[in-house]
Each structure stands twice: as structure tokens, then as C-alpha cells.
Write a protein that binds this ligand. Structure first.
Ligand code: 5RP
Length: 264
């Protein structure tokens, strides 16, 4: 691995623990003003120092994230469709390598929709991104997306999708949490990070699925809503950091999260 690639990979996945904690705030690229992310700069100001990287679009990065806060950036470079359009899967590569270099990114992220009408197009996006960004030592993170077909998120499908992403040259694969996560990690030759999970205010549930995924071979997470839509985002981020980087048990890490407010 060349020096630039090695340096960027170790910004994302610090070698001290070999784990990575990515905060996803890219949702607006197809959802528009997502709840609790209407003002992304304010939403993540206190979270940035706790995580290893932000997964973000160039528009939000430039307009809302101060460069002085020095986040490691995973730049979303695919998109071009929306939740109100005909086909969420109809994505293209939207950002050049020159732009990614200008933004000093640590990596870029590309979604693929395997099994959809746009499988070939989005796998092509991934392969083209690997061709372009690797030339400059920039790793590509593949995002195994399923659009609106949430029932696809079982271990067998996600293992197939993750392996294809690795075969096409992704350096990291982000895939949904599911039971039997080892089915995915054992057949994927590059690091796998856990995305999504059920959206819940139950911090213990989130910490537990992250613990389970890591115990089954994930190297970390790329989570969004379960952090910045939680009633205690900073507590959630600190607790997740403890689980990811300090091998903490969810039952111990939960004490970093404020208890739920009892309603009168
Ligand atoms: C959206 C994404 C998100 O980064 C990913 O789904 C993680 O976010 P969340 O934890 O909120 O599901 O790729 O397209």
C-alpha cells in the first residue's frame, strides 16, 4: 500500500485499536432536511471530536462544517436521486477526484444497489470510483444500499453484496447490521463497518447490536440517526466510542448516556 493510502486508512481506522467510528450525516443527499439534521453544523459540533470521521456531502461540508474542527472526511460521491423521485437506486458518480483532493478527504463513499434494476450502473460507479480515487491514494468505501426494499437486509444478501464490493476494489464496506453478522465478515476480505440498525431511543439496544457486530468481525460503525436523533447525542457517541475503541460492555457503556426523562 502506498504511503498516502496507508496514511488515509489509518486516519479512518486508527492502528492503536484497529477500529473505526464514522458518523453519517449524508442523509440530506436524497432525503432533504432530515429531522435533527436540519442544521448539520450545530448537530455535529460536539460529536466531531468523539468520532474518527464524518460521512458527508461536499455541500454540507463546505457550508456547515468548520475546517478548523479538522474532521476526517469520508466524502459521499454518489447520488443524483431522491426519496420523491421514481428510482432511488438511479445514482451516478457526482464528484471528481480533483474536488476530493481540494477538500482534503480521507476517503470517499459510493452506494451500490445490488439486485436492483440499477445494479450494473451502480457497480460501475463503484469500479470507476476505485479507478479514479485510488490513483490519488484515496480509499473508496462502498455502501451496500437497498433503497426502499428493507426486507433485503439479511445476512445472505448482505454477504453477497459486501463481497462483490470488495472484489471491485472497495477498501472498506459499510453494510447494515443483521443477525449472524459473521456470515458477512468472514467472507469479506476488507474491513466491514455496521450501518443503520433499527432507529431507536433505546441506547442499550444500539450499544448491544454494535457490540454483537464487532464481536462477529465488524471493525466499527457508520451510524447516523441512532446518534444525532437520540435525546442525548453526545452521551450516545461517548458510549459507542467506549464499545468500539475500548472494547466496553454495553452494560458499562450505557452509564455514559443520560437516563431517559420520565414524563409527568
Ligand atoms: C444514507 C447512508 C447513511 O450513511 C447510513 O444509512 C447510516 O445512517 P443511519 O445510521 O442513520 O441509517 O448511507 O444513505
Amino acid at each position: 500500500m502506498d504511503w498516502g493510502m496507508q496514511s488515509r486508512m489509518s486516519r479512518l481506522i486508527p492502528p492503536t485499536t484497529g477500529k473505526g467510528f464514522f458518523l453519517a450525516i449524508d442523509h440530506g443527499y436524497f432525503l432533504g432536511p432530515t429531522s435533527k439534521l436540519e442544521r448539520p453544523g450545530a448537530a455535529v459540533a460536539e460529536l466531531t471530536p468523539i468520532v474518527d470521521a464524518l460521512f458527508v456531502t461536499r455541500g454540507v461540508l463546505r457550508s456547515a462544517i468548520p475546517a478548523e474542527s479538522t474532521p476526517n472526511v469520508i466524502l459521499r460521491v454518489s447520488g443524483g436521486s431522491s426519496i420523491v423521485g421514481g428510482n432511488l437506486e438511479n445514482e451516478h458518480l457526482l464528484v471528481t477526484a480533483e474536488e476530493a483532493i481540494r477538500l482534503d478527504v480521507a476517503a470517499v463513499g459510493v452506494s451500490v444497489f445490488i439486485g436492483s434494476e440499477y445494479e450494473s450502473q451502480t457497480l460501475n460507479n463503484l469500479a470507476k470510483a476505485v479507478n479514479e480515487f485510488e490513483r490519488y491514494g484515496i480509499p473508496v468505501m462502498a455502501v451496500t444500499a437497498v433503497g426502499k426494499e428493507l426486507e433485503k437486509r439479511d445476512a445472505r444478501y448482505l454477504a453477497l453484496a459486501s463481497r462483490i464490493c470488495a472484489e471491485l476494489g472497495a477498501r472498506v464496506v459499510k453494510t447494515y447490521y443483521t443477525e449472524n453478522f459473521e456470515v458477512i465478515t468472514e467472507s469479506c476480505p476488507v474491513p466491514v463497518v455496521i450501518a443503520g440498525g433499527p432507529r431507536t431511543d433505546d441506547a442499550l439496544e444500539v450499544l448491544s447490536f454494535v457490540r454483537d457486530g464487532i464481536d462477529r468481525g465488524a471493525i466499527g460503525v457508520n451510524l447516523g440517526r441512532n446518534i444525532w436523533q437520540h435525546y442525548d447525542p453526545v452521551g450516545m457517541a461517548k458510549a459507542l466510542r467506549a464499545v468500539i475503541h475500548e472494547n466496553a460492555d454495553p452494560g458499562d457503556a450505557i452509564h455514559l448516556v443520560a437516563p431517559p426523562q420520565v414524563q409527568d
